[in-house]
Design a binder for this molecule. Structure first.
Ligand code: G3P
Length: 218
């Protein structure tokens, strides 16, 4: 399973990259705003900075909601850097724009997906990635993991090439369960990725080894 980091924070991206486990980055307008990035030039420069830190795909989201606007924005984003993936909302015009970009060979990520039917449409439109929002479904007492399993089943039935990019990941168990369900990618915060490291028996065992190593008089 590929690990993407879901942030626009350059320090977090750098730290995950240095761990050696990072395959890409996803951003959205909320994450960009959180970093205080304003103005078109700064936003485009920020995407380039992210591309220069990681080797993999970097999702940059359009903010238009009409087809022409999404195509215009997406083409500008895609021209920025070969690692850029155009992120489009799961609405009618977004699907239409997805088809347009897929015919042009430009990578896409269809976001704000909350049902198997939406994921089916994204695959039919040739999306590179589909982003079901796991955590936000859990937030409203709906089983987010079940959606990932349903999408996996549908995509496997027809061998759709669209990659399931499980998003809105909040903690380590989301990551582990996504891996069990066969999600192609997960995108989450640095805290969830680093959380995978933790086990008290590892800490206890290491402390014992360090103590015993002293007796080896290296
Ligand atoms: O990038 C989209 C998604 O991962 C958002 O996550 O935590 O805001 O629901 P969250």
């Amino acid at each position: 399973m590929k690990f993407f980091i879901d942030t626009a924070n350059l320090q977090d991206i750098q730290e995950a990259q240095e761990m050696g486990v990072l395959d890409g980055v996803t951003t959205n307008p909320s994450l960009m705003a959180k970093e205080g990035i304003t103005g078109k030039d700064n936003i485009l420069k920020h995407y380039l900075n992210i591309c220069n830190i990681v080797d993999g795909d970097v999702s940059a989201e359009v903010v238009s909601t009409d087809y022409d606007g999404m195509v215009r924005e997406g083409e500008e984003l895609a021209a920025l850097h070969p690692q850029i993936v155009v992120k489009l909302p799961m609405i009618g015009d977004g699907i239409k724009a997805c088809k347009y970009f897929s015919l042009k060979g430009i990578k896409t990520n269809v976001t704000l997906v909350f049902s198997p039917g939406q994921a089916l449409l994204a695959a039919k439109a040739g999306a590179t990635y589909v982003s079901p929002f796991l955590g936000r479904l859990d937030d409203i007492s709906t089983d987010g993991m079940h959606l990932i399993e349903e999408i996996r089943e549908i995509y496997d039935n027809y061998e759709y090439k669209t990659q399931i990019l499980s998003a809105s990941i909040r903690h380590t168990m989301h990551i582990v369960n996504c891996a069990k369900a066969g999600s192609d990618v997960m995108t989450g915060p640095l805290s969830a990725i680093k959380g995978l490291l933790k086990h008290p028996l590892t800490d206890i065992g290491l402390n014992q080894f360090i103590e015993d190593a002293k007796r080896m008089k290296l």
